[in-house]
Design a protein around this ligand. Structure first.
Ligand code: C5P
Length: 240
């Protein structure tokens, strides 16, 4: 599969066209951003780690009946993906209070919710990804009521699959962000990535964050934490 022209450069990935009009290639880059891109640094090896972690997770989700844009990991930093039209929503699922929920409502860190919470944010760098509710999504013609229901159901299905996946790695899945796209038949497919950049993972023994909060909070080098997440995934897969 040959890499063709650059389609889009995001904060963590570059997307390229391929010879096949239905496939695109994602290259994970060594960049970390926080505060919607306002804090940005290059971090060696982060792209390779996130590519491998995301590839394992999307592969696992497929075994759980969750379809996604993921086709194959084709190199240390690259994935082949089905081309989709990204729905401009960030779908956040929260199991425990952290990040913006914790500060917005002034609740204890890692307070457990009785049921997972699904939130939508409108993907717009210019507007700083504002919170958006169902009626606003419909009014702005971003998605229909049926599509919103499907996005929520799919996000909760991913959560149900990922909680035991991470529990087996002695990690607690605090919260995460998903993105979805529409394929050529207008079917909703899980897209983007699931990695320590987009999910909060807390070590069940040390209670330390093994995710991008290390960078957001200036707690040190995130690479050893990401390496630890990948190592646990690989050890588990080798043991199975
Ligand atoms: O910052 P907040 O608490 O809303 O983040 C919730 C979850 O969504 C976290 O796991 C965070 O990593 C993820 N997120 C993301 N990209 C964003 C905003 C949040 O991956 N632009």
């Amino acid at each position: 599969m040959n890499k063709r022209g650059l389609l889009y450069e995001g904060k963590a990935k570059k997307m390229y066209a391929t010879d096949d009009p239905n496939l695109v290639l994602a290259e994970y880059i060594d960049q970390a951003t926080a505060l919607n891109g306002k804090k940005k640094v290059e971090i060696d090896h982060k792209g390779a780690l996130n590519n491998q972690i995301t590839s394992h997770i999307f592969g696992y989700l497929k075994t759980q009946g969750i379809a996604s844009h993921f086709v194959d990991q084709i190199s240390e930093t690259e994935q082949l993906l089905k081309k989709v039209k990204i729905i401009p929503l960030e779908v956040v699922v929260r199991n425990l209070a952290s990040g913006h929920f914790e500060t917005k409502f002034d609740v204890p860190h890692l307070m457990r919710f009785e049921a997972p919470i699904v939130e939508f944010y409108y993907k717009s760098d210019a507007l700083d990804d504002p919170f958006i509710n169902d009626a606003q999504i419909i009014a702005l013609k971003i998605a229909s009521a049926e599509q919103i229901a499907e996005l929520k159901a799919k996000a909760l299905q991913v959560n149900e699959a990922l909680i035991p996946f991470f529990k087996a790695l002695k990690l607690t899945l605090v919260d995460f962000k998903l993105e979805f796209g529409l394929d050529e038949n207008n079917q909703i497919l899980l897209a983007d990535e699931i990695s320590p950049d987009t999910a909060r993972l807390v070590d069940q023994t040390t209670h330390m964050s093994l995710d991008k909060d290390i960078f957001r909070k200036g707690l040190g080098d995130l690479i050893p934490a990401y390496e630890e997440v990948l190592k646990r995934i690989q050890d588990k897969e080798n043991a199975d």
